[in-house]
Each structure stands twice: as C-alpha cells, then as structure tokens.
Design a protein around this ligand. Sequence first.
Ligand code: GDP
Length: 473
Amino acid sequence: VDSSPNTITRVPMEKLLGGLLAPGFDEGTCISRYQSYLYRKASPRKPSPYLISKLRNYEDLHKRCGPHSKSYNKKMTRLIKNSKINLTTRCSYIVWKGSNGLGNRMISLSSVFLYAVLTDRVLLVEFWHDMSGLFCEPFPNSSWEFPENILTTSYLNHIQTYESLVQNNMANTSKWVLPSILYLNLQHSREHDKLFHCDRSQDLLRKIPALILRSDQYFVPSLFMTPYFQQELSKMFPEKGTIFHHMGRYLFHPSNKAWRLISSFYDANLAKADEKIGLQIRVFNTRKSPYQTIMASILECTLNNKLLPELDTRISVPFPTKNRTFKSVFVASLHSEYAENLTNMYWRKPTITGEIIQVYQASHEGKQKPGDSIQNMKAWSEIYLLSLCDLLVTSYKSTFGYVAQGLGGLKPWILYRSWGEKIPKPCQQALSMEPCFHYPPKSDCSAKNKVDITSVFPYMKACEDFSPGVKLV
Ligand code: GDP
C-alpha cells in the first residue's frame, strides 16, 4: 500500500469526483456515492471551482429551506394548500414533475436542477412509485422528495398556468396579480415556443415563490439563450459540452439496492475485460425497423469503426491460446436477439485480431412497461453499466443512451433510424457527450421572428441524431 501523503490526499479528491461531491455523507446510506470512483476511470473533465462553490451554496440553501426546515413547514405547505394566498417568503421552490421514460425524466430533472441553482430555488422532486428507491438523496442532511399524491390532475387544473401568465403579460392587463404558485408545463407534447428562454418571462417567474415544472426534455440549451443566465453558466461551465456530465454525476447516485445490481453484474462480467463496449439498442418501432436491418447497422458500425474485430473466416484456424485480450460487450436492449446473434457469431469463429469477445445482457424485457418500478430499476442499472464502458454505441434519439453517455463522459457512435431501408445508414460519432434538446424554441423573444439557434450560438449544434434538436458542444 502506498501511504505517501500524495496518495492520501489524491484518493479523497477522486472519491469526491474532483470536488463535485460534498464530503461527510453517511457512507452506508448510499454506498455508490463514494464507491463509484472505483468503478470508472477518473474523468478528464474537471468541475470548475465556480461550479463547486455554486453547488456548496445550493446545499446550504436546501438545508435551510428544504423539507423539515421551518420555512418549508410553514410556507410551502400553506402554498400548496392555497395557491391564492399572498405570502412573502425568503425561500422559493421548484417542484419537478416528470413524464415519459426514465431517460427522459433524468435529463429533464438535471435541467430543472440547473435552473434551480441559477434561480436560487429549492428543488423538490415528485417521484411516482415507479421511480422511488432508484436514487440516493443528493443533498446533505436533507431530502428532495415531494409527496407523490399532491400534484394530481385536478390540483394542477386549479392553479394558474405559465401560458396564462405569458398571455396576461403580453396583453399588459393591469388587473391581474401574480400567483404564489404556478404550473409550468414544458413537456415536448405541448407547443414549445413558450418564451421560457426570454428575460421577460424569467422576470415574472422570479416573483413567484413556488413553481411546479413538468418536463421530459433536456432544456439546458434554452437557459443559455436567456441573457440573465448566460454569464453565470459560462462561469460555471467553461467547457459547455460537459454540463450533464457534471450535473448528472452530482445528482444521480444509485440507491444501495440499485448499486447491488450494478456492482455485482459488473464484478461478475465486466471487471476483468481489457476493454468494455456498451451497445444500447433501442427500437422505437419494431415493424418499421426489422431485426435484420438493425443487426446490419450494428455490424456496420462496430466492425467498420474497429470497435469490434472481424471474424477470421478461414476454414480451420486454431483459437489463440496466448496473450489473449478480452473484450466484453454489454448490450442494453428490450430485445434479446442482438446479444444472442453477437454471441453466436463470436463463439463459432476466432477473430482476425485474436481478441476474445464476450457478450453480456442483463435483461430483455420485451417491451416498455410504463409505471413498472422493476423495469425502471433494471433500466437504471443498465444505464449505469453502459456508462462504465470504455466505448459506447447508442441509438438515435434515445434519452436512455443520452444519460449513459453523459454519466460516462463518452462520445458515442450513434446508430441511425432505418425505416424500411435495407442498407443501413452508417453510424456517426457524437460531437459531444451532452444530451440533445429535441424541441428547442423556434422563435425569438418577440415571438414574431423565427430563430435558428445554431447560427446565433456557436457552441450549439444541430443534434447528430435529430436535426431539429440542438445540443451543446
Ligand atoms: P427513450 O424512450 O429511449 O428516450 O428512453 P426512456 O428511458 O425515456 O424510455 C424508455 C423506457 O423503456 C425506459 O425507461 C425503460 O423502462 C424501458 N427500456 C428501454 N430500453 C431498455 C433497456 O435497454 N433495458 C431496460 N431494462 N429497459 C429499457
């Protein structure tokens, strides 16, 4: 054991992910928080000192104003009961309400957290039963959970919406008063040009003590479009393409139950490999994208880019016995055929490089099961296992893949959609590890002119996998 002072100080910094995590949590309540560094390579992307100080300040705010604090017990509970009361409070809140699958929820939750940090609001999360027990509490000496049976549809129908706020503001009606609690629905299925990215809207929102924000999108790029936040964001993230990487690693720690699944699968199947390749195969429409086409696109991508070796097709070649290198392929998919096919392929013939390829899959659930907590636990474990790989191949437009690439700090090769085509489009490596914001604002703050965000902001590019979307690079 090297016990030189250097090693002693280096280990805690790695353990705290370069200062991203606060020390002092009870390790037993969340084993993954301080153990994850043993499972992944240290990230070359370091959090900026300014980001670290913002996170520590946020933690203080959360402790002061979060659940169980005096302010929360007195003010937030009253606000929820009566949205019309006029309360002055030093603490303001934002409650995240998710929708869609786990990947969508995680990218939107990280966006809401960043928004909370920028606006000094306390973040609370409404985890439905299907999401409870997946993650550890991220903030020291407090909780982020908001009770699940309060924000029902009838409750939300009764409080003022952000749309009506914007309309009133545009109409400049003198009589309307700002509510104490407001429902902000930024889901992709809604009309998305809601001027949320405009200073004028942020001015109004700032005056409202409690927001309920529902989203399934990674709307961080729209925060960069807001002049109020631009400078602060640039200070927090000198490298713009690393936002989810840092925020995701800060927020999402597998619960002890999830960590047992992850670490035992990893130790048994992946730990010894010389190289680990994650393959995420998401099929949105099995009828339009037949198995053969998807399998062809997987092989085209992995073989042409030398992520996996070709087979040695000579009739009789001995399997090498010395100096063998092992590559593990971890497949995450609802379907079993892809992993089975790869296993059969590498089992029958040696590879031209002599490498031994082993293929693993943790589950194949057959189909997406909304509201199923067991599927979400498996999904979270598999997202995390993908993020522990050295290289990643993901599927176009899949938020499941976005979370894995962001946590892993990886720029994946993206498999494209093939609908009907027999010859697949070649895969392409992503420009950055950031998730794509699928439905960015289309108009400027006057709401009259169309805007092409990528021509205004050089650090935003059209997403490789979905061109109407934008991503930070
Ligand atoms: P997206 O639809 O690909 O953007 O990803 P989401 O995570 O938002 O939604 C898909 C949901 O389907 C996940 O939350 C899982 O419940 C399920 N799912 C999709 N792919 C997989 C997979 O590879 N493994 C497991 N266990 N579940 C999956």
